[in-house]
Design a protein around this ligand. Sequence first.
Ligand SMILES: C[S@@+](CC[C@H](N)C(=O)[O-])C[C@H]1O[C@@H](n2cnc3c(N)ncnc32)[C@H](O)[C@@H]1O
Length: 235
Amino acid sequence: MKMNHGFSWQYDEFKQVGTDYGSKAEVEIYDSSHADFRDMEAESIRILDSLEIKRSNVLIDFGSGTGTFAIQAARRCARVYAVDVSRAMIDRAEAKAIKAGTSNIEFHHAGFLTYEHNDSPVDAVVTTFAFHHLPDFWKGIALKRVNSMLKPGGQLYIHDVILEETNAVENIAALIDKLATAGGKLLREDTERHFRDEYSTYDWVMDGLLSRSGFTIKSKHIEGGVLGTYICTKN
Ligand SMILES: C[S@@+](CC[C@H](N)C(=O)[O-])C[C@H]1O[C@@H](n2cnc3c(N)ncnc32)[C@H](O)[C@@H]1O
């Protein structure tokens, strides 16, 4: 699905909302600050295992950030398209990929709404902690675009802050406290900014958006009522 229709009201996904991942300073501290609450390499391997990625597979990683997942994926499959709206993130990820000795990652400075996949449909699309950058209407547009980039039966893996409605406020407060304990003032501010300025949504909204965009939800888990993981297949 082409998105550059020339609409004057096209959402500008390159505009940073919330945390400024376009800032070099923010990108430089990204891996070390996230290491306070997640092991990104182990997480990447778990994602690849859960999707049963094979050597011949081709993947797209949307919101590829500093490239940790793309590099792990590139070691396991034929090709990875790493897509991000932040030039600073792409530069960091490219440098990491060169250092890791990977040559099968194609980087694209684009996003969910603007990336044009001018190649064969892919086996899987993965996105972690990036989808919440789009407001809900644009999430729907993005999912239809993602669907069109997948082979029939292709897989979509989404991991992000996604909220169960029951006890949402209490669960958000618990997450903010947990992350502040792990990563101090910086992580508390980052998490509070997430809920204040960014676009995390309810799981029932995600369920509807996914099924209306041509996906079947194969598994869904919402940890602590706030951290959602979906594995879906293209119908
Ligand atoms: C919190 S980081 C997540 C990075 C990485 N996936 C991870 O799990 O650590 C969010 C990333 O999404 C990117 N991003 C924001 N909006 C986007 C969009 N519309 N399309 C693609 N990437 C986007 C940001 O530039 C940033 O690199």
